[in-house]
Design a protein around this ligand. Structure first.
Ligand code: ADP
Ligand code: GLC
Length: 476
């Protein structure tokens, strides 16, 4: 089967969050048995330099190249450059629209830029004559509407990684969607009078998926449907929740080159201790105690991640022996609070502002616990990375977190500590249970068990395969 994925992110070329990791690991696994292609934007100097094959492909279909418009001329000047990575063919969209950006999101004209990219992905799917076209999130959703209206539609799948971002804009900004080469009927885009790319993707794809069964359920009602729960209920029969897998080569404490000391379940205690010691030296806090629970937190500092709940719980439970290492950037108010704590309580709290892939691995390896206080979480990857590194996750009971972490009273089934989202008291109590577990002999059993959990794609890639077959059946 020939599969083309269309995405704004792909590790290690463009990464802002879990979408990049999820897609890189899924496609690596799919490439074991299928022909897998990925279309993604090219931004020079942002991530790893691709291994070019020297081949390139147009971003415009010949029939559309005949007319003239601003959009057509932009696409005529753009190309897909082919590269290869782990058996996957990558098609980098090389265009003035993306090339010189300093990051993939957060620029004006995003609605235009991603619409152009989406058309180009649609064109590429037609040129490569793939069997399945698989688009991810709102950035590529327009390609599904194009596919649906095409005289030669390709069976399509749309994966929602995060319903909070929908690519909605005033209609007056998106007039180009009615013109060449789009020629789209824009009624499926209409959501409360705005042009909503995500909604059009949901209504156009043959099959829809999201990244955990728990999140699927939450999106079918408000508030977590972010206004689109009715639309998703309309498509409920074609909507599945498939839990993400992880890259067990990239995230593997036995061979991780980014951490100070590799380790496995038989020597986790010594391994973690060495990583902790070295991490404290690197961050300039060598005086921190090695025998106190270290809690790691990594993530985009956005509303979704619930860091203010953590801040309140932290202040309430200052008597606990925990130390905290936080890595992230985003909301300036949260950044400021973390900076202040880092300065005023250097023997308890450390904050690194920014994005740092190596430090993320080091924190996973050194921490005893990993805290995810999300208000909603489509899947979340760090709780699974934590398991593999013997780092006990403390998570809120939402989305993919509740599908992957269980605080069972039976020690052999306990895979973490779970609390209620947006609830300072519940989080505070979870931190107390973490202290008890840290000093209890049961910790060894929990750590050894979570290190054995299999979160690889091996079992789960078959679920995408079934969705592809359903999409093909619907298209015939
Ligand atoms: P989301 O996609 O919502 O951000 P996920 O848990 O799915 O959440 O994935 C986040 C990914 O991004 C993880 O691999 C995490 O380690 C990484 N990450 C997030 N923030 C940072 C950061 N500041 N530095 C390094 N890695 C980060
Ligand atoms: C999104 C979600 C996150 C998920 C990731 C990969 O960014 O916020 O929960 O793990 O996509 O699917």
């Amino acid at each position: 089967m020939k599969i083309l994925h269309a995405s704004a992110e792909y590790f290690p070329y463009i990464k802002m969050g879990g979408l990049a990791d999820m897609l890189a690991s899924l496609t690596k696994e799919q490439a074991q048995s299928e022909e897998v292609y990925v279309a993604l934007p090219y931004i020079g100097g942002l991530g790893k330099e691709p291994l070019w094959t020297g081949k390139d492909y147009p971003a415009l279909l010949p029939k559309d190249a005949k007319t003239d418009s601003l959009v057509v001329s932009v696409l005529r000047d753009s190309r897909f450059l082919e590269a290869e990575e782990s058996g996957v063919k990558l098609y980098f969209f090389q265009s003035d629209l993306f090339q010189t950006l300093d990051s993939i999101y957060g620029h004006a004209e995003e609605h235009f830029r991603f619409a152009m990219f989406s058309y180009a992905c649609y064109a590429l799917s037609q040129i490569l004559k793939v069997d399945v076209f698989h688009a991810h999130d709102w950035h590529t959703a327009i390609s599904l509407a194009l596919q649906k209206d095409s005289p030669f539609p390709i069976p399509s799948v749309f994966t929602i990684h995060n319903l909070a971002y929908q690519g909605d804009h005033p209609f007056w900004m998106t007039g180009f969607l009615k013109e060449e080469p789009f020629r789209l009927v824009t009624s499926p885009f209409d959501h409360n009078g705005k042009c909503n790319y995500m909604k059009a993707g949901i209504l156009s794809a043959n099959q829809i998926t999201t990244v955990s069964p728990g999140y699927r359920e939450e999106t079918l009602r408000e508030p977590n449907g972010f206004g689109l729960s009715d639309c998703l209920n309309l498509r409920a029969r074609d909507y599945s929740g498939i839990l993400n897998g992880i890259d067990t080569e990239e995230w593997n404490p036995k061979k991780d080159k980014r951490i100070y000391n590799t380790f496995q379940d038989s020597n986790w205690k010594v391994g973690k201790l060495k990583n902790k010691e070295e991490l404290f030296k690197e961050i300039g806090r060598p005086f921190l105690p090695l025998d106190a629970p270290l809690v790691g937190l990594i993530g985009r500092l956005t509303y979704q991640k619930g860091f203010p709940t953590f801040l309140k719980a932290f202040l309430d439970r200052r008597h606990l022996p925990h130390r905290y290492v936080v890595l992230g950037s985003g909301d300036p108010e949260t950044e400021n609070s973390f900076f202040q704590l880092s300065e005023s309580l250097p023997d308890i709290f450390y904050f690194y502002k920014g994005y740092n892939e190596s430090l993320a691995h080091k924190i996973e390896a050194a921490s005893d616990f990993f805290l995810m206080p999300s208000l909603f979480e489509p899947c979340g990857l760090n709780q699974m990375y934590s398991h593999v590194y013997g780092t006990i996750p403390i998570v809120s009971r939402v989305g993919g977190l509740r599908d992957t972490v269980e605080e069972s009273s039976l020690i052999q089934f306990k895979t973490g500590i779970v609390f209620e989202p947006n609830d300072t008291g519940s989080l505070g109590y979870a931190l107390e249970r973490a202290r008890d577990l840290f000093f209890s002999p049961e910790r060894d059993i929990v750590v050894k068990n979570i290190m054995k959990l299999d979160w690889s794609w091996k079992k789960r890639k078959a679920e995408y395969q079934s969705v592809y077959f359903r999409a093909i059946d619907l298209q015939i």
